[in-house]
Write a protein that binds this ligand. Structure first.
Ligand code: ADP
Length: 912
């Protein structure tokens, strides 16, 4: 007899082995090694074997012992689906890949316009449908444990699953904990865009081999060790009740259909078949290899059942024949191996089912709630990832504990096969919506909701609730007379259709009404634009998608990633980053492998430049070959809008900057010009000063040193010195005057007076200067104009103009005409002589300092007109050259006082 401790030790060893295998596979997958195995059609086919759970491992024999060959239907359904892979599975896998579908709920919701309501409905249905199944696995493991722990007398399995001497609740608890741990460890290590779990897949492939070998080993032992060979075994079968079992056609068809439907719709099957699929062509291998696997699993079921019924005492649990037969014959090692087979079947199912369900629960229930609670302060996709992983882990614990509590609540009762069938019936309700979704464009979200709702309700009413037995949930009266005593609402004889097998009844009613509601509501409802779009894409999936590319194609992706990174980061930075990553991977040369860690790092790097959403969309497009979802595009658009906004702000800033730079440039030009002016002014001043100084010095030296000088000569030289000194003084006076005027330091002495008086004064002073005789022609009447200005300064200007005419008029009979034109608020005084005029190009220059027109006589320093201009500007008037005059003409324009002031002025003149 094997001790319980030994058994547990072996079990633990086996689990540790599985952990190591899973861990190694994960590592290899991250490093991109071991593709030949990890991504082989063999592993894919073996992973499909999670279809064979503890139910099939133990339960098939029990099923055969109770109902004969009917158990074959459980294998027949999936085999038919596999053989017809080209028609349905290929389509599912292609859709799953190109729409990045993560679960059956995701597929249905995204086909029907990304409806969250549908996703939630399917998730809830799946959890309700699958939980009993998870409980069933816990039950099968504890049941099989109990048989080892039973006292020698009952070791043959005369147990009904209730009177075990071991604490089953505790055992089931620890098994649940272990399974949760494994699933959390390998199912949520990191978030893969494609939701693939290489560690888990390889571990269940190993378990698939163990359970097949275990069952075959027991079968071989039974046929050749106990029955005495094939012929004898056949004879025994013929003689047994199983050989003469009646086949009920309707029930067979219903069960085969149910198994086929469940095979497609079960969340865990969808996970391994569609989500974990690497390449479409793996389906082709699996299409014959998987039916072969099923055939081998079912090969020895009947012999074991027949021999078990023969050899073991009546009342033995046929569900445990696989274990109790070797045990009863003292073959402990074989029994232990068989136990490991059953353990494998149960655990692999729980792990994958939990994984698939937790993905659905977390994606469609937990995450939407979390986001709705306003926890949207996340800035980067990395932040969301942590939340997703956490919600996955919580969901895994939730689902496994749900299974555990169902197991405790149901007390571990009922035949294994019965619970399995009920579970199948629940998930089979997805089938119409699923098939309609991928083959019929007219299918709508409303139709799907109605179909699923009605189908699920009927399943609960006709299959789930009655399965608890009379008076458990539904009262015996309801079962007998119908709900509320309404005859046609009997759970097992709906609408008065009695006499049917309960399973057939439930399957036919729930699925047919489900389909009918789905079709009718679809026909009479209108799809939204998103639904229409998704519908067209799903139905015509082969028109616009390429076959799913294997992960191996990502070897080429390293170069693609490099090209993209160079465009975004710049060549030097991208190359440095890739080199550093290659070093991290301990690669001495070449590009780094596109491992998840590397791709994540690259995404982070790119996100700094182009934003998280854009980086994620770009990278996943290259790495996974996955299509970019609408949400991705919206996020990208948001980012682009932000960047546009930012760049337009930059543009404004840069325009402001260039404006400022232009102003600075102009100011600088002005300063340079002023500096040049200052230099030339200084050099002109020193030049002007040097000329008289030189002659003063020379003549004073002559006077001092020359001895024989006549008195006339002495007088002449002294008078030259005198006149030069006067010239110097005048020059210095002019310069001082100009500087005072230019600096605005002059104070004007505003006076009232008449223009005529000012002109009189100027003419007298000008002629007194005794430069040269000039005839001055005036019109005294017109000069009677009242002024209010600095009269002294004004006469200074007039004197200058008069002396200029004296100095520079080249006529033999020089004459200066003074003309006054008063008009409105101004008066213009013209000084026009009969000289030669000033050349057009010199006319503006003469008002500048030190400007003299070459070739003309006179001895001025060229400051007179400059001073005139400064004075007239201060008096708010203007002075200009008169271009059209007969000789040289200048015009001075001045403002005249307002009329009120004029009267005052006249009164003042009259009283004077
Ligand atoms: P200055 O103080 O040396 O007389 P101005 O500034 O008054 O110098 O005059 C500048 C130049 O303008 C003179 O050198 C002269 O060539 C020219 N100019 C001024 N007035 C007359 C005029 N009435 N006829 C001819 N040329 C004149």
């Amino acid at each position: 007899m094997v001790s319980l401790n030994q058994l547990i030790a072996v079990c633990l060893l086996y689990v540790v082995g599985l952990f190591i295998v899973a861990f190694a596979a994960e590592r290899a997958a991250i490093r991109g090694r071991g593709d030949w195995l990890l991504r082989s059609p063999l592993v894919y086919t073996l992973s499909l074997s999670i279809y064979c759970t503890g139910w099939t491992f133990y339960g098939a024999v029990g099923y055969a012992a109770r109902s004969g060959l009917e158990y074959v239907t459980i294998y027949l359904g999936p085999s038919l689906v596999m053989i017809g892979w080209w028609w349905l599975l290929r389509r599912l896998v292609r859709i799953g890949r190109s729409h990045r579908v993560t679960s059956v709920a995701d597929l249905i919701s995204s086909r029907y316009g990304k409806s969250n309501l549908l996703a939630i409905l399917v998730t809830v249905m799946a959890v309700i449908g699958v939980t009993p199944y998870i409980a069933l696995q816990l039950q099968s493991v504890t049941l099989s444990l109990s048989i080892f722990a039973a006292p020698a007398g009952v070791a043959n399995g005369v147990l009904d699953g209730r009177a075990e001497p071991i604490n089953t609740a505790q055992a089931a608890f620890w098994i649940a904990i272990g399974l949760a741990l494994f699933t959390v460890l390998f199912g949520t290590r990191n978030l893969n865009v494609n939701e693939r779990h290489h560690g888990v897949v390889i571990a269940i492939a190993v378990e698939a081999v163990v359970k097949l070998l275990a069952l075959i080993a027991v079968g071989v032992f039974v046929v050749w060790g106990l029955a005495g060979g094939v012929t004898e075994a056949m004879t025994r079968i013929d003689q047994s009740a199983i050989g003469t079992w009646q086949v009920d056609g309707g029930r067979w068809a219903a069960l085969t259909f149910l198994a086929a439907a469940a095979f497609v719709c079960l969340p865990r099957m969808f996970q391994v078949m569609v989500v974990e699929n690497d390449e479409e062509r793996h389906l082709q291998t699996a299409s014959w290899a998987f039916p072969l696997y099923l055939m081998m699993m079912s090969l020895f079921v009947v012999p074991i059942a027949v021999v078990g019924l023969d050899l073991l005492p009546a009342g033995s649990n046929p569900d445990l024949f696989v274990l109790s037969l070797p045990l009863s014959q003292g073959h402990n090692t074989l029994a232990m191996f068989a136990f490991l087979g059953g353990f494998s079947s149960a655990t692999s199912m729980v792990i994958v089912a939990t994984l698939a369900l937790s993905t659905m629960v977390s994606n469609h229930i937990v995450m939407p709630i979390w986001l709705a609670l306003g926890q949207t302060s996340v800035q980067q996709s990395g932040d969301v990832r942590h939340v997703v992983i956490l919600s996955r882990r919580v969901s895994i614990l939730f689902i496994i504990s749900l299974g555990y509590f169902y197991y405790r609540a149901s007390g571990g009762s009922g035949a294994l096969a019965a619970i399995g069938t009920i579970s199948f019936g629940g998930v089979a309700q997805f089938l119409p919506v699923l098939l309609g979704g991928i083959f019929w464009r007219g299918a709508t979200r409303m139709g799907a909701l109605w179909g699923l709702g009605i189908g699920f309700g009927l399943w609960v009413f006709t299959m789930l609730l009655p399965s608890f037995g009379p008076d458990a949930v539904l009262s015996a009266a309801t079962l007998e007379q119908g709900l509320f005593g309404i005859g046609w609402l009997r759970p097992q004889a709906l609408f008065g259709v009695g006499g049917l097998d309960p399973t057939v009844h439930a399957v036919v009613w729930s699925l047919s009404l489900n389909t009918l509601a789905f079709i009718l509501v679809s026909l009479f409802s209108f799809p939204s634009p998103v639904e229409r779009l998704q519908g067209a894409q799903f139905v015509n999936i082969f028109d616009h998608s390429s076959p799913a590319r294997g992960w191996t194609a990502s070897v080429a992706a390293s170069e693609d990633l490099m090209i993209m990174a160079q465009r975004i980061l710049g060549a030097a930075e991208a190359q440095a980053f890739f080199r550093a990553q290659a070093q991290l991977q301990e690669k001495s040369e070449g590009l780094p492998e596109p491992t998840p860690a590397f791709v994540q790092a690259l995404e982070r790097e790119l996100a700094a430049s182009v934003g998280a959403a854009t980086a994620h969309a770009m990278v996943s497009q290259l790495v996974g070959g996955a299509s970019v979802s609408v949400q991705d595009l919206l996020a990208v658009a948001d980012e682009s809008a932000q960047m546009l906004e930012y760049s337009s702000q930059l543009e404004v800033k840069s325009r402001e900057l260039s404006d400022t730079a232009e102003k600075l440039r102009r100011a600088n030009d002005k300063l340079t010009q002023l500096s040049h002016q200052k230099d030339s002014f200084l050099s002109q001043v020193s030049h002007e000063l040097r000329t008289p100084m030189t002659s003063i010095r020379s003549f004073s030296e002559i006077l001092r040193d020359a001895e024989a000088l006549s008195p006339q000569e002495k007088t002449r030289y002294a008078s030259i010195i005198h006149s030069e000194t006067i010239r110097l003084t005048r020059l210095l006076d002019d310069l001082l005057d100009l500087s005072v005027l230019e600096n605005g330091e002059v104070t004007l002495n505003q006076q009232r007076g008449s223009l005529r008086d000012v002109l009189d004064l100027a003419v007298t002073t000008g002629q007194a200067a005794n430069i040269r005789e000039i005839k001055i022609d005036r019109d005294r009447d017109s000069e009677d104009v009242a002024l209010e200005t600095d009269l002294d300064r004004l006469s200074q200007v007039f004197i200058n103009l008069i002396t200029n005419a004296q100095k520079y008029c080249v006529s033999d009979a020089p004459c200066l005409a003074v003309r006054v034109h008063a008009s409105g608020s101004t008066v213009a005084v013209d000084f026009i002589d009969n000289g030669a005029g000033i050349d057009a190009d010199a006319r503006d220059l003469i008002f500048e300092k030190f400007t003299r027109v070459a070739g003309q006589g006179g001895e001025g320093a060229g400051l007179g007109l400059a001073i005139c201009r400064e004075i007239i500007t201060r008096l708010r008037g203007e002075i200009s050259y008169l271009p059209d005059s007969p000789g040289t003409g200048f015009r001075v324009t001045l403002p005249t006082p307002q009329p009120g002031k004029l009267q005052e002025l006249n009164r003042f003149a009259a009283s004077a």
